[in-house]
Design a protein around this ligand. Structure first.
Ligand code: SAM
Ligand code: SF4
Ligand code: F3S
Length: 438
């Protein structure tokens, strides 16, 4: 009988994308996926370390898996993978000796071999060196339905002072353009119509490798037959220059949604964060986006409670949020992380104040997001059908180019594009009627 595996994933899209590669590497070595951890011989936790909360969740799960051992006959082999594995494998293995394989951020593809090695030797296998990074060998097989992620740049060289990611994922490494194009072609041949290009800073694509740049890459992908929508995550405001904006906005397959993390509306805090742009620069990038893209949705990431953030600094963040009117925002309370510059800043950090600031920010953004959604009523849009609505099988959950979810009654199935007119909003969900099948 095949050895079975179950993967649990935390963290960002890059980690979710890595989990697809982990699954494929298991499958090519004869392992079989199961949908419930109770049935798995091997349980992989692909972890995130970006905030303390993400780490605590994984500790909670490890505790749960320990209790699982007593409920079942065979003991599952636990694999700790991803960012936490890179950060603190020694400490975690001491606390949870049932972890038999540790695979850091350069080794997610080596997990099945490490599992086999443990099976042979009964010695725990720890892979955390960062000597050689191999890009995923899987291309078309990474397709999961009509959409796919494509990693174009690994790691990050920015060292924002609050962020642990560069310390765990290493410096930027761009996937060769030929390999990216080949992957997208193979995905298109499998029926993928929407791709999302991934990287911590996609605008830096090709910079360290001397390959073509991000806009050139998008131009080539735009020519690939079968692909109809192109998205990308994440843009760094410092590197998203006017030329890139102008060139990619002219490509008909690039969706009119840009995720542009601001982090703080105070220049003083931005400088302490080592973000390497000012608010004026950020505004000028936004102006470019709004000039060149037609009706773009803008989303962002914001941190409150960064060390030394004053009421005035926070008020500036609220002002920018009101001014930009983001379609949506991911809002976080600052979390001190090991290795980072900000963790050494003398802090006037007051957790209660940061909590109140976060609530105020969330409340403001919630009302703006709602208004932004109301602005869509009466507009026509092309939407991609995602899946059946949970509440009503004759309605489909669809996504607009602006990345807004819309409910549409239609007979067509997932992966099809239809034109709709947005008619109403209930809670935060837009509803639309089909106008014409594409
Ligand atoms: N590379 C992207 C960028 O530069 O915007 C995003 C990377 S990070 C995985 C996603 C978000 O987590 C960041 O944009 C930031 O808002 C937040 N984040 C990162 N480190 C954090 C920390 N120590 N505390 C709170 N939020 C943090
Ligand atoms: Fe972290 Fe900054 Fe890199 Fe984003 S750009 S991953 S926030 S260091
Ligand atoms: Fe978390 Fe690592 Fe992504 S720390 S946010 S999983 S790069």
């Amino acid at each position: 009988m095949a050895t079975t595996y179950f993967i649990e994933t935390y963290g960002c899209e890059m980690n979710k994308s890595d989990s697809i590669d982990i699954a494929l590497s298991f499958q090519t070595r004869g392992f079989e996926e199961v949908s419930c951890e109770d049935d798995a011989d091997v349980i992989v936790l692909n972890t995130c370390s970006v905030r303390g909360h993400a780490v605590e969740r994984v500790f909670g799960r490890l505790g749960y898996y320990r209790s699982l051992r007593t409920r079942r006959r065979g003991e599952p082999l636990i694999v700790l993978a991803g960012c936490m594995a890179q950060e603190q494998s020694d400490r975690i293995m001491e606390l949870f000796p049932e972890i038999k394989v540790v695979a850091g951020t350069y080794h997610y593809m080596h997990i099945p071999d490490a599992v086999r090695e443990y099976g042979r030797t009964r010695n725990p296998v720890v892979l955390t060196d960062r000597e050689q990074y191999d890009f995923s060998p899987f291309k078309g097989s990474r397709a999961e339905g009509h959409s796919a992620w494509v990693n174009i740049i690994m790691g990050c060289s920015n060292y924002c002072s609050y962020c642990i990611v560069p310390h765990l994922r290493g410096p930027e490494k761009s996937k060769p353009a030929g390999a990216v194009i080949d992957e997208v072609r193979q995905l298109a041949a499998r029926g993928v119509v929407e791709i999302t290009l991934l990287g911590q800073n996609v605008n830096a694509y090709g910079r360290e490798s001397g390959d073509i740049g991000f806009a050139d890459l998008l131009e080539r992908i735009n020519d690939i037959e079968g692909i109809q929508w192109i998205r990308f995550l994440t843009s760094h405001p410092r590197d998203f220059d006017h030329d890139i904006v102008r060139r990619i906005a002219g490509l008909e397959k690039v969706c009119n949604h840009v995720h542009l993390p601001l982090q703080s509306g105070s220049d003083r805090i931005l400088s302490l964060m080592n973000r390497q742009y000012t608010l004026d620069h950020y505004r000028s990038v936004l102006d470019s986006i709004r000039t060149h893209f037609s009706d773009a949705a803008i989303t962002t990431d914001l941190i409150v409670g960064f060390p030394t953030e004053s009421d005035e600094d926070f008020a500036m963040t609220l002002d920018v949020v009101r001014e930009v009117r983001y379609d949506d925002a991911f809002t976080y309370r600052y979390s001190s992380r090991p290795f980072t510059g900000a963790s050494e800043l003398a802090t006037t950090y007051d957790t209660a104040a940061a909590g109140r600031r976060l609530e105020e920010l969330i409340e403001l953004q919630r009302s703006i997001s709602h208004q932004r959604n109301e602005d869509e009523i009466g507009k026509r849009a092309t939407v991609l059908i995602e899946r059946e609505s949970k509440k009503n099988a004759s309605e489909m959950l669809c996504k607009t180019g602006k990345n807004k979810m819309v409910i549409v009654p239609t007979d067509l199935g997932p992966g099809r594009f239809i034109d709709v007119e947005i008619e109403s909003i209930a809670g935060n969900t837009l509803r639309a009627r089909e106008v014409r099948a594409v």
